[in-house]
Design a protein around this ligand. Structure first.
Ligand code: SF4
Length: 418
């Protein structure tokens, strides 16, 4: 292996991969049972930077050559940049070497499109196959699939990878048409549907036959780019909700657009990366998946954008003051989950603890409730804080005055992977 050339390729292809946020090595359960290398399981294989991006994987492109010309992408064919491509064996060797040195816990492999979807996808699958079958590698593998690749290749990919992602890229079909005219939404939806059905089928077979192989045990995910086109948060969250409900996605990743290319269809080069908006979308996504909210409660045509100053749960509570105060000692779990400052774990602890005693502020603090926020929305077994007749605007002001949220001061910037 020519070390200098490999290093150069690594610089180019790791740098080009950093714009794809759709990697997080959670939710897999591949065990090392054959004295092989690595062990991908919940909790051991992922770490996040401050802005939520995962860096514990070797995150590279197989190539940044591409036959397509997506306006938002540095690898687009019309962009004048240095090009490089790894061979299948080079990616395998790099992964194993980095893994042995403890630099990484797995591989996230994406690619520009060499000749056509199948030609490229075949190579991505070969990397995963070689790692599993020749190197006995049990670490985490996330493959990004190539839109338009055949079902057979998708099935093979699922047999070797832990997670597969089919990136939607733009939140709406119209946005995709504008910025990625070579791509078809249907080419993204077909593999998602195929993977969903395969995941269900393999899970059913596994119940009957223990020997059924794992199929993408960490499921499928997608990425949407935020801020490159004009979609509002209502559209973005409805898209996410639709794909969660109909394609059993594990995660939707929201990627704030990084302006790296001058193009009249795109925001100006000096436009800030919408990091705060990206974070608010993740919070809203969390409310959809774990807190029983629906999209229309979080954003609607009157409030089509998430409030950037405060999180979406607080924003909802302020708009719905008539639903409060909630008596923490009697309210149902679903309502306690809607109180700002009370997370899922705390809500469950409250419901468990109140069986034995009526809870007061001190006990709520011990449980982990952020009482500086929750105090405006709850009553408990204590008169220490008398709920004043505050307007939503005043509550927001009080909470913001005492807030230390890093997102209020967040400076836009792009993460460096290495
Ligand atoms: S197909 Fe993928 S790699 Fe190629 S230009 Fe579009 S986004 Fe970039």
């Amino acid at each position: 292996m020519d070390a200098d050339r490999i290093k150069e390729k690594l610089n180019i292809l790791a740098d080009a991969a950093k714009y794809d946020v759709s990697c997080a090595s959670s939710g897999s359960n591949r065990k090392n049972s054959n004295k092989g290398l690595g062990d991908a399981s919940n909790g051991i294989c992922h770490s996040y930077t401050e802005d939520g991006r995962c860096v514990s994987l070797l995150k590279i492109l197989l190539t940044n050559h591409c036959i397509f010309d997506c306006a938002y992408c540095v690898s687009r064919k019309s962009n004048d940049i240095k090009r490089a491509a790894f061979s299948v064996q080079e990616v395998v060797d790099l992964t194993i070497n980095f893994y042995r040195r403890n630099y990484i816990e797995g591989l996230f492999l994406s690619s520009g499109i060499f000749k056509n979807a199948d030609y490229t996808m075949e190579r991505l699958v070969l990397v995963a196959k070689k790692l599993r079958t020749e190197q006995n590698f049990n670490g985490y593998i996330h493959l990004k699939t190539i839109p338009g690749a055949s079902d057979d290749l998708m099935r093979l990919a699922g047999l070797y990878a832990d997670r597969l992602s089919v990136n939607l890229e733009m939140p709406t079909e119209a946005g995709l048409k504008l910025l990625a005219p070579d791509k078809s939404r249907q080419d993204m939806i077909n593999p998602m549907r195929f993977l969903k059905n395969e995941l269900i089928q393999y899970a059913e077979e596994k119940k009957l036959f223990k020997s059924t192989p794992l199929f993408a045990p960490a499921g499928q995910s997608t990425q949407v780019i935020i801020g490159a086109t004009r979609e509002n948060d209502v559209q973005i969250l409805h898209t996410a909700d639709h794909f969660y409900k109909n394609y059993n996605l594990k995660r939707v990743y929201y990627s704030g657009y990084v302006p790296v290319l001058a193009d009249k269809r795109l925001p100006d080069l000096n436009t800030a990366v919408p990091m705060v908006r990206e974070n608010r979308l993740y919070q809203a996504d969390w409310l959809l998946r774990f807190y029983g909210f629906n999209v229309n409660e979080i954003v609607d045509q009157q409030n089509p954008m998430l409030d950037l100053d405060i999180d979406p749960k607080l924003s909802w509570a302020i708009r719905n003051l008539h639903a409060f105060p909630v008596d923490i000692n009697t309210a149902p779990l679903q309502m306690i989950l809607r109180v700002p400052g009370i997370g899922r774990l705390s809500a469950q602890k409250i419901v468990g603890a109140r069986k034995f005693a009526r809870l007061n502020w001190e006990q709520l603090k011990i449980i982990g409730v952020a009482t500086n926020r929750a105090r405006y929305f709850i009553t408990c077994n204590s008169n220490d804080f008398e709920r004043r007749d505050l307007t939503g605007t005043r509550i927001k002001q009080f909470i913001l005055a005492g807030s230390h949220s890093k997102y209020l001061r967040n400076k836009p910037g792009q993460l460096s992977i290495f």
